[in-house]
Ligand binder design. Structure first.
Ligand SMILES: O=C(CO)COP(=O)(O)O
Length: 158
């Protein structure tokens, strides 16, 4: 198996779950650094801090990371747009099952669009562990199949 292609890996966490994601990123930094990370704003700052604090090693001095807007300010929707454009290879989204979010509709929309486009998605640490340890995670030839929506797009309206 070869791995030449950098993938765009989205990382998002609600506030109560950010510590979990930081630990997970710290644990998996070597794999993550081989890819382009795309994060909602505050998560992205935390991921940057986590990777920077890892420090020291040569390979840590540079990493590709894009910070979108903060989730409640449109970041979830920006990420959803990237998914609709086929740019995101995996989504790690530690959403908070115990707190109401002001942008709940955006959270739902992000999860919906990720499901629609068959994006490999992890919603907690165990599923994130399973996802990142899969040989398919870095497989160049693996492309999730997206359902054919032609008949929906071309439906006849009366
Ligand atoms: O709200 C979020 C996901 O729904 C995450 O946004 P932040 O990364 O800006 O906290």
């Amino acid at each position: 198996m070869t791995m030449k292609e950098k993938k765009k890996v989205a990382l998002v966490a609600h506030d109560n779950m950010k510590r979990d994601l930081a630990e997970w990123v710290d644990w998996n930094w070597e794999i993550l650094l081989r890819h382009h990370l795309v994060c909602t704003g505050t998560t992205g700052k935390m991921v940057t801090r986590t990777l920077t604090e890892r420090g020291g090693a040569e390979e840590i001095s540079h990493f590709d990371i894009t910070l979108l807007k903060s989730g409640p300010l449109g970041g979830d929707q920006q990420l959803g747009s990237m998914i609709a454009d086929g740019e995101i290879s995996a989504l790690i989204f530690f959403w908070d099952p115990m707190s109401a979010q002001p942008h709940d509709v955006d959270v739902k929309a992000l999860l919906r669009i990720a499901t629609l486009y068959n994006v490999p998605t992890a919603i907690n640490r165990s599923s994130a562990d399973f996802l990142i340890s899969s040989p398919l995670f870095e497989h160049d030839d693996y492309r999730p199949v997206v359902k054919d929506y032609t008949s929906y797009i071309e439906r006849v309206l009366k």
